[in-house]
Design a binder for this molecule. Structure first.
Ligand code: TXA
Ligand code: MG
Length: 313
């Protein structure tokens, strides 16, 4: 595993060249996307992909998302379908990931899919992510750039707090605008919501003209969907209206806090501030109380992450 201190690169021409050269050499480079920072590796290099699992301490049965610059690159790797075309036209580049069957001769390292015959693929919108994909010129595997089970990073400083010395570099381009991981949609063949995220599920189903099913049964269709995840070190208590003695409070709307997701009750602002505030409150070492957030639009994904943060572990 990587042992030297992690280099911080600016998202300028020199920084992007250096980041792409590191990826080509099989090294790990964290980079910003509009959702969260990703931990990037050359998706065709098995050793580099193995190093991603090692750096995160991630179980190797939990597959990675492959990032590509455009639909054409996505279609080279997957067995495409009409619904995917509709969704890609509406939401790419952007915070949507599609899970599709792998195409013959895809060239991806087999560890990426953890033995599944499908792959999760996404075209990010962030200018630095797009520039890195163009400069590198190939598919980039990238889970969120946090140690497995911890809160996702929305700033380069969060990446360093979790992975400094375990990865070659982080490309720093400030905070992430969306702040929640991508929405993941699979096909069974009917469209399925595998993870709530940066595109509200209502927006996906309205574009498709049909409701999204949820994966049923006991199968963990998206293996990252285990209950305790995105967890701060301290206990988290949900639907709180005021802090108990010793707690720090995360407010929303009319309910004030030490920090607030959005004083005006704006869900987009709440999504963008959620992980940053959880990182900051976690650093106090005190238990965290969180105000209720409405369960519609981006609130669905925000509450999903909050429930995981509060889950017993
Ligand atoms: O916004 C995002 O999606 C960020 C940025 C960096 O792109 N990435 C991210 O990756 O959140 P990660 O590894 O933290 O979460 C990927 C999720 C996991 O829950 C994994 O189980 C699921 O995608 N996944 C990957 N491949 C899959 C597949 N073939 N079938 C079902 N789920 C899959
Ligand atoms: Mg993650």
């Amino acid at each position: 595993m990587h042992k030297d201190p992690t280099v911080t690169l600016a998202a300028d021409a020199a920084g992007l060249q250096q980041a792409a050269a590191l990826l080509r050499a099989g090294a790990l480079v964290a980079f910003p996307t509009e959702t969260v920072y990703g931990l990037g590796a050359d998706a065709r290099n098995g050793a580099a992909v193995a190093a991603v699992y090692a750096a995160k301490g991630r179980p190797s049965f939990n597959p990675l998302i492959v990032h590509v610059p455009d639909v054409a690159a996505a279609r080279e790797l997957t067995v495409w379908n009409d619904a995917a075309s509709v969704l890609a036209r509406a939401f790419w580049p952007g915070p949507l990931t599609l899970v599709l069957p792998l195409k013959q001769g895809h060239g991806l390292a087999s560890l990426i899919t953890a033995g599944l015959d499908t792959v999760a693929i996404r075209v990010p919108a962030h200018p630095a992510a797009r520039a890195l994909l163009q400069t590198f010129g190939g598919p980039v595997a990238a889970p969120s750039a946090n140690p497995s089970g911890r809160i996702s990073p929305t700033r380069a400083s969060h990446v360093l707090a979790g992975l400094d010395g375990r990865i070659a570099a982080v490309l720093d381009d400030g905070p992430c605008a969306v702040g929640l991981e991508s929405t993941i949609v699979g096909f069974d063949p009917a469209p399925l919501l595998l993870r709530a995220g940066g595109v509200p599920a209502e927006a996906v189903s309205s574009i498709l003209g049909q409701p999204l099913a949820s994966p049923g049964g006991d199968t963990i269709t998206s293996p990252g969907q285990i209950a305790s995840h995105y967890a701060p070190g301290a206990p988290v208590r949900l639907n709180a209206t005021r802090p108990r003695p010793g707690e720090v409070m995360l407010g929303f709307g009319d309910i004030p806090g030490d920090l607030t997701l959005s004083a005006t009750g704006d869900l987009q602002e709440a999504a963008a501030t959620l992980f940053d505030h959880l990182h900051a409150l976690d650093a106090t070492g005190r238990p965290i109380a969180v105000a209720p957030v409405p369960e519609h639009g981006l609130g669905e994904a925000i509450n999903d992450r909050l429930r995981r943060a509060a889950a017993p572990r």
